[in-house]
Design a protein around this ligand. Structure first.
Ligand SMILES: *Cc1c(COP(=O)(O)O)cnc(C)c1O
Length: 347
């Protein structure tokens, strides 16, 4: 029988709830132990500074800021890009709309103008329409936010031409890219992270998901905005001290964990094949699974999650009736085989 292990990780389970369950690799643990550190409050932690420089270069921005979480990266971006009382255009199922517990209202005082993001993206016309609303007694738009890859839609990456069309429609408006899984998009589409991020003013990425670092995200953008973001991070309580201990793992993540994401993507496609076979009517098309997330809505979602759990496979639910399976570094081919078998026998 699978049990909760001494480290808190459910040993014996194939854990497909999220890629956040990944644990730091041995190389990360070594880098953490040996990290050079200082007080980042004085700008004196060389490892944090190095991580910020490496990420900024990787996404083609002038500067970057290390923050404790992806949520804080999004919140800092909202605070530096969107004035209180303005509208922010975003897909209705994006993380910063639906999964941050109202933080955008509380921290940034903004109101979302949400648009349909069923397929993970939205179009230039959605932005144009939102901009026009200011002429009809509605709040003016200060910012557009996109999610790449889009989690709730099933890890959907934006294509470069879609991003560029949105950029054109946004005119002078800034765009913030929630690239929590930007490198999954890079590996899946072949477009570089920098080319994708070029359409946005700011971009953030989680180091703590498929890239396996234990903690931390990075927000990049122009020098002055990142300097303002540093103040907002302090206000949110996210300024850290000898954070080089965790930034060291983030450096290993950026340098060594991106290329292997292709394995997670291949495994997610196998899961999607099993889902499509078990529930042919749900419309899950394995060919459309581009990255590491499979979402589907079986007739009895809770029953499916319970059944999988009873067979040693952990799944999550992200909305009523919606099951999510996420592949990652800590699930190997044997784990996938177990999951495939459990899916085939699901009620
Ligand atoms: C996980 C996630 C975040 C937030 O990251 P945390 O580190 O969990 O706060 C933001 N956006 C997306 C798309 C995510 O998947």
């Amino acid at each position: 029988m699978a049990t909760l292990g001494a480290m808190g990780a459910p040993s014996g389970f194939v854990d497909l709830r999220s890629d956040t369950v990944t644990r730091p690799t041995p190389e990360m643990r070594r880098a953490m132990a040996e990290a050079e550190v200082g007080d980042d409050g004085f700008g004196e932690d060389p490892t944090v500074t190095e991580l910020e420089v490496v990420y900024a270069e990787r996404v083609g921005k002038a500067a970057a800021l290390f923050v404790p979480s992806g949520t804080m990266a999004n919140q800092v971006a909202l605070r530096v890009l969107a004035a209180a009382g303005t509208a922010v255009v975003a897909g209705r199922r994006q993380h910063l709309v639906a999964y941050e517990f109202g933080a955008a209202a509380r921290n940034a005082g903004i109101q979302f103008h949400t648009v349909d993001d069923e397929g993970g993206r939205f179009g230039p016309q959605d932005v144009t329409n939102a901009l026009e609303l200011a002429e009809y007694h509605q709040p003016s738009v200060s910012l557009v936010c996109i999610e790449n890859t889009h989690m709730a839609a099933g890890g959907v990456p934006w294509a470069l031409d879609e991003l560029r069309a949105l950029r054109a429609a946004a005119g002078d408006l800034p765009i913030h890219m929630d690239g929590a899984r930007l490198f999954n998009a890079e590996v899946a589409t072949g477009a570089s992270a920098a080319a994708m991020a070029a359409v946005s003013t700011t971009v953030m990425t989680c180091l703590s998901k498929g890239l396996c670092a234990p903690v931390g995200s990075v927000l990049a953008g122009p020098e002055a905005l990142i300097a303002a973001g540093r103040v907002e991070r302090k206000r949110l309580g996210g300024a850290m001290r000898q954070a080089g201990v965790i930034a060291a793992a983030g450096l290993v993540a950026l340098r060594t964990m991106v290329d292997r994401l292709v394995q997670d993507h291949a495994r997610a496609r196998r899961l999607a094949e099993a889902v499509a076979e078990r529930w042919p009517s749900l419309g899950v098309d394995p060919a459309e699974i581009a990255t590491n997330i499979v979402v589907f809505a079986p007739p009895d979602a809770r029953g499916v999650v319970e059944h999988l759990g009873a067979h040693g496979v952990l799944a999550d639910m992200t909305a009523p009736g919606t099951v999510r399976l996420v592949t990652h570094h800590d699930v190997d081919d044997d784990g996938i085989e177990r999951a495939l078998l459990a899916i085939s026998k699901a009620p």
